[in-house]
Design a protein around this ligand. Structure first.
Ligand code: 6R9
Length: 685
């Protein structure tokens, strides 16, 4: 019998080799629930690992259980450089507005850069940047510090100071990282908006955050195409409500000119002219907001998730060491965008705080061909590769269609550890990743976490945890995950329920910017005994106690690992007031993107058919792309003269979900006013 840590006492696994897989006759969903292939780490991996074997994992869990504050105090001391070391650890006096290390002071940028000066890391490559077109630029830690410092001086020279908010709308470039680090250096709070979001989304985030400046680029390069960024910022600023913006700084990513507003806009070179490359970091309190990052919730507008400096940085650094077992010689690559939390924690802060060499990629996985990831792993000798299931699934398809882009066409022997993030990874994709990319040699760390958690929460440790495809396994030491029912009572292993975290952790969300009430209601609902509500459903394996995430339990969709609220998309659709009377949005399973957006729309005009319906569907998709961003475009659009509603007028969303999936309708439809609409809503455009 093998013990798997405090959350899994009495756990037992049945190791089998990759070749002994069972083919389950059951459906894919059921196969996730009965998955029983187990892949323990090799002896050599265990031996070389920082957290070596389950006993070492267990020892850390025990330490946290025995002395929760002492555990975090020790880690904060060992992993963060403080200008003033904290004497306090966790302050619970104003629950759920927890504070961590509150009397400590530090600077996040100094923890990523200055800390390494005078050590062997100083002249180590910090970033290997590969542009969309393939050009490679490398920059050392020392050079990066000079760039960040100069940029920080440029910001200060424009009156930007500690406590200000700065909106960053940048492509994946070294400059994007420099901009974020420079904000951190002067104590300004950055708010990064993903480059795929629309002008309206930019405007809303400027207004909500009260940003004083925007850092952007003239264009971004993606898949060989030059896409505007500055023009979108101009449009956002012209919408009103953005009077707080005094400066717009523009990185000239390409040679194509863009509109520049005199007195407001400056290119990077104008802004940096004459600025020194030396800028002492501004020390801030541990609780000082390092950043605000907007994410979708189940209702209303996106929420500005506010993170701290001290606790956040501790966890970003520590999880690099724990989850990825980072070694000095590693070449780390996280394929996320800096516009998402994964890019914040595992591109901009974690790897630099841990002194890693990291790859930063501007482009897309399919350009110039779908072998780009594998070719880049070979080219840069990547040893830790961290990507999303949706990318894996689309690359599986591509490599089945074309041998030349199959991972076996590249030398992937440099790889040591693989990671997955953003959505549940189905066992089929897991096995393909394990065999074809990892050569049955590299552990896969399936990391469950959220924008709100700041860093990893539930995932295997590569040199300890036996892996089970499709399971994120066990919580990290110090993280108290549990599955409860609607009254907050823990359910037995084997039964599904609501995923919660019973105790606070250092990198947790501090509040929702401008909306503390929403913070309380969204994450600490009264019925859940003060536990943090993740918003996901989960089930623990009856034998091992391993966690499997079963998906969101609220109205949040996960499309290609991007979080979107169904309400957000509905609001965007009904904002097209000349055309749309009513809209309901649901998700349906999709082989590649995980979930797909399906919109049911009632028009202010007779029911369209054929080409006309196609034309209107296109118009609506373009509209949503403008309102939110192209990632929110509904894949399916269906028209009806009405939506199915209960007698009390509530939209029957369960019925819509069945329709979207193409399932036979088993629900009671006798209350439907007009059953003919079910036939109308069957047609997808
Ligand atoms: C980091 C990130 C968070 C939501 C989360 C859950 C889903 C993320 C997952 C996963 C299963 C994993 N999710 N990682 N589900 N297994 N390994 O993705 O943050 O964009 O805020 O999304 O993504 O549903 O609640 P974010």
């Amino acid at each position: 019998m093998k013990t798997f840590g405090p959350q899994a006492r009495g756990a037992r696994v049945r190791p089998v080799s990759a070749t002994q897989q069972e083919t389950s006759p059951m459906s894919a969903i059921q196969s996730v629930l009965v998955e029983n292939r187990v892949f323990p780490p090799s002896e050599a991996t265990v031996k070389a690992a920082r957290i070596s074997g389950m006993e070492a994992y267990q020892a850390l869990c025990d330490e946290a259980e025995r002395d929760f504050e002492g555990f975090w105090r020790r880690l904060a001391k060992e992993n963060v450089v403080w200008s003033k070391e904290p004497t306090q650890v966790l302050d619970e006096s104003n629950k759920p507005f927890y504070k961590w290390f509150a009397d400590g002071q530090l600077n996040a940028s100094a923890n990523c850069l200055d800390k390494h000066m005078g050590t062997p890391v100083e002249n180590k490559t910090a970033i290997i940047f590969e542009a969309d077109g393939g050009e490679v630029t490398k920059i050392t830690y020392k050079e990066l510090l000079a760039r960040v410092s100069q940029f920080a001086n440029g910001l200060k020279a424009h009156g930007i100071q500690k406590g200000d908010r700065v909106l960053v709308y940048m492509p994946m470039t070294i400059e994007g990282i420099v901009a974020m680090q420079a904000c951190a250096r002067i104590g300004a709070t950055h708010s990064v908006v993903f480059g795929g979001f629309s002008a309206k989304a930019v405007q809303e985030r400027i207004q909500d955050g009260g940003a004083v400046a925007v850092i952007t680029a003239n264009y971004q390069m993606r898949g060989g195409k030059e896409l505007p960024l500055k023009a979108i910022v101009d449009e956002a600023l012209s919408m009103g409500g953005c009077e707080s913006i005094k400066n717009v700084f523009v990185y000239e990513r390409t040679k194509t000119a863009c509109n520049m507003v005199a007195g407001r806009d400056k290119t990077f070179s104008q802004m940096l002219e004459g600025q020194s490359t030396d800028c002492p970091p501004e020390m801030v309190d541990a609780e000082h907001p390092l950043f605000v990052l907007y994410t979708s919730g189940s209702t209303g507008k996106p929420k500005g998730v506010q993170h701290s400096t001290g606790g956040y940085l501790l966890w970003a650094k520590l999880t690099m060491d724990w989850t990825f077992d980072l070694k000095p010689e590693d070449v780390f690559w996280c394929t996320a965008d800096i516009g998402w939390v994964t890019g914040h924690s595992y591109i901009v802060y974690g790897p630099l705080a841990a002194g890693a060499t990291e790859i930063v990629f501007e482009g897309v996985p399919t350009y110039p061909n779908a072998g780009r990831f594998w070719q880049m792993i070979e080219r840069h000798k990547c040893s830790i590769f961290y990507t999303a299931p949706t990318a894996i699934r689309s690359l599986i398809k591509a490599s089945e269609a074309d041998e030349k882009v199959h991972p076996k066409s590249s030398d992937l022997s440099s790889l040591r550890i693989l990671g997955s993030v953003g959505e549940p990874i189905n066992p089929e994709a897991w096995m393909w990743y394990y065999k074809n990319v990892g050569g049955e040699r590299c552990p896969i760390v399936d990391t469950f976490w959220q924008t709100e958690t700041g860093g990893h929460m539930i995932n295997p440790l590569p040199g300890a945890t036996p892996l089970v495809p499709g399971s994120c396994t066990l919580p990290l030491p110090g993280i108290l995950a549990a599955i409860v029912d609607e009254a907050g009572n823990e359910v037995p292993n084997g039964s599904g329920g609501i995923l919660v975290f019973k105790k606070p952790w250092p990198s947790m969300i501090r509040t929702i910017w401008n909306d503390p009430d929403r913070f309380k209601k969204s994450y600490f609902p009264e019925e859940l005994k003060g536990y943090y509500l993740a918003g996901d459903g989960a089930v623990r394996d009856a034998e091992t106690g391993y966690f499997r995430i079963t998906g969101r339990i609220d109205d949040v969709l996960n499309v290609s690992g991007h979080r979107m609220g169904t309400m957000e998309i509905e609001s965007a659709l009904v904002a097209k007031t000349d055309l749309v009377a009513e809209a309901a949005v649901v998700g349906r399973p999709d082989d590649t993107t995980g979930e797909a957006i399906c919109a049911f729309v009632v028009l202010k005009r007779p029911l369209p058919q054929g080409d006309e319906a196609k034309q209107i569907a296109k118009e609506l998709r373009d509209w949503v792309a403008k309102e939110i961003g192209p990632i929110a475009k509904p894949k399916d659009i269906r028209f009806g003269e009405n939506l199915p509603k209960t007698r009390s007028g509530k939209i029957m969303r369960r019925l819509l979900r069945s329709l979207a999936k193409g399932e036979q309708i088993t629900q009671d439809t006798s209350t439907l006013e007009n059953p003919a609409i079910l036939t109308q809503l069957d047609q997808t455009y």
